[in-house]
Design a protein around this ligand. Structure first.
Ligand code: KET
Length: 434
């Protein structure tokens, strides 16, 4: 009898349990599609043979195929069968981080020598931004971050999920399709002293509009005068000018002006290591002691999130940058002047993109487009901020199977000799009556 009762009780509680359990996720609504990666999903689902993906910022060769750089292939050959698969330290590969800092701060940086930089390997550029946002929230919980309008859409998600209040500052002027410098400077001046400012170090995404060297100097001066903290996202070092050294110009100006700064670096684009998720977060500190403390706190943030970063991509990077010959090959593969060396045109990342800018503009002009397309060649980096409206983008997708983000951003890295004519014609069709 007793066993019957206990059986009934356990039976009833398991029914209750099942009912309770089945309601666990009932209040979960589907998330909105990501404005960038959602475009790739839609592209993949389209069976049309004409389809073109100029959505995500991922480099393609002139046949529209993903590119693996020769320096990466060679590094993989050297690594194959030699490395173990132990955990990296929480801060990642020391060698990779060392080489990465040199790219941003300079080979002979006094800050590196003085050990004033707290730096950890990050899960690519996204992970570096997120780790910094969490760090900002932990040690300056009442601070806010000023973000340019527009910016890479994920910046908003990152600082939102890190519970940091977001403010915006003027950046792009739709009328001139250039920098809204006066408004930008006003926003820096009007922000409360000691605010955090998010800056794109080069090849601004999505606009392709960067401040000039003179403008950077003024921005740096004003940020210093207000006691703001500059945080640079440098996801495209090498994509603006073709030369990583020249693309570090903004950082170097700020360093010369004596800022303490934060920096996110990524090898997704400039080494084509997208899926390897390898990057670096660094924070320039007042002295070595502070840098040790900051690094230890960054590691403590990483430990409960992902413990330590992945090893393979870091090994590829340190193999390339730690070897003079491979580093030279890498620089050739990113740079723009294909005449100076004999790397195939496809592998000259910046060069092919610049060529496609000219081709797209020329095609539109040949079609007799009544609009000005000068900005296609004026803008730099991976993207063209075309000025297409969301409705025009929808027509491109619905009628021509051309996929791009609804803000009208064209990833020039996805434009090829084969599709540029088709793309120009479709853009002309949806804009000619505008
Ligand atoms: N910052 C910027 C400005 C950026 O454009 C990207 C990627 C990243 C950081 C992050 O890259 P990671 O792969 O985490 O190193 N942008 C392209 C891809 C994406 O949205 O994730 C894009 O805008 O298409």
């Amino acid at each position: 009898m007793r066993s019957l009762i206990s059986e009934r009780v356990s039976c009833r509680s398991s029914v209750l349990g099942a009912r309770w359990m089945s309601s666990w996720w009932r209040n979960v609504e589907p998330a909105a599609k990501d404005p960038i990666l959602g475009v790739t999903e839609a592209f993949l689902a389209d069976p049309s043979p004409d389809k073109v993906n100029v959505g995500v910022g991922a480099y393609r060769d002139d046949n529209g195929k993903p590119v693996v750089l020769e320096c990466v292939r060679e590094a993989e050959r050297r690594i194959a069968g030699t490395a173990n698969m132990e955990y990296l330290p929480m801060g990642g590969s020391v060698k990779m981080v060392e080489e990465t800092l040199k790219l941003a701060y300079g080979d002979n940086s006094e800050f590196i020598k003085d050990k004033r930089i707290a730096a950890v390997q990050s899960l690519s550029g996204t992970g570096a931004c997120r780790l910094f946002a969490d760090f900002q929230n932990r040690f300056h919980p009442d601070s806010q971050i000023y973000i340019p309008v527009p910016t890479w859409s994920n910046h908003h998600n990152i600082w939102r999920d890190a519970h940091v209040t977001q403010r915006t500052f003027h950046y792009y002027h739709p009328g001139t399709k250039g920098l809204d410098f006066a408004a930008l400077m006003d926003d820096i001046k009007n922000a409360p002293n000691g605010s955090f400012f998010l800056l794109h170090a080069c090849a601004h995404n999505p606009t392709g509009v960067d401040p000039s060297e003179e403008q950077w100097k003024e921005i740096s001066y004003q940020i210093k005068a207000k006691g703001h903290f500059p945080f640079f996202d440098m996801a495209y070092q090498g994509f603006a000018s073709g030369d990583p050294e020249r693309d570090a110009k903004a950082i170097r100006i700020f360093l010369k002006d004596g800022h303490l700064l934060g920096l996110a670096q990524s090898y997704a684009k400039n080494m084509g290591l997208y899926g390897q998720r390898v990057g670096c977060l660094s924070v320039l500190c007042e002295d070595e002691k502070q840098a040790v403390a900051v690094k230890s706190q960054l590691q403590q943030l990483a430990r409960p999130m992902y413990s330590n970063p992945p090893v393979h991509g870091a090994l590829i990077v340190s193999t390339i940058l730690g070897d003079a010959e491979l580093k030279k090959l890498w620089l050739k593969e990113v740079q723009m002047s294909k005449h100076e060396h004999n790397v195939s045109a496809n592998a000259c990342l910046a060069d092919r993109i610049i060529g496609m800018r000219t081709a797209l503009r020329e095609n539109l002009e040949k079609l007799g487009s009544p609009l000005s397309w000068k900005h296609i060649t004026n803008q730099i980096g991976m993207f063209c901020y075309s000025g297409l409206t969301p409705e025009q983008v929808d027509r491109l997708t619905d009628e021509y199977h051309i996929y791009m983000t609804r803000n009208g951003r064209i990833s020039m890295a996805g434009v090829t000799t084969g599709n540029v004519g088709y793309l120009a014609n479709a853009i002309h069709e949806v804009t000619k009556s505008a």
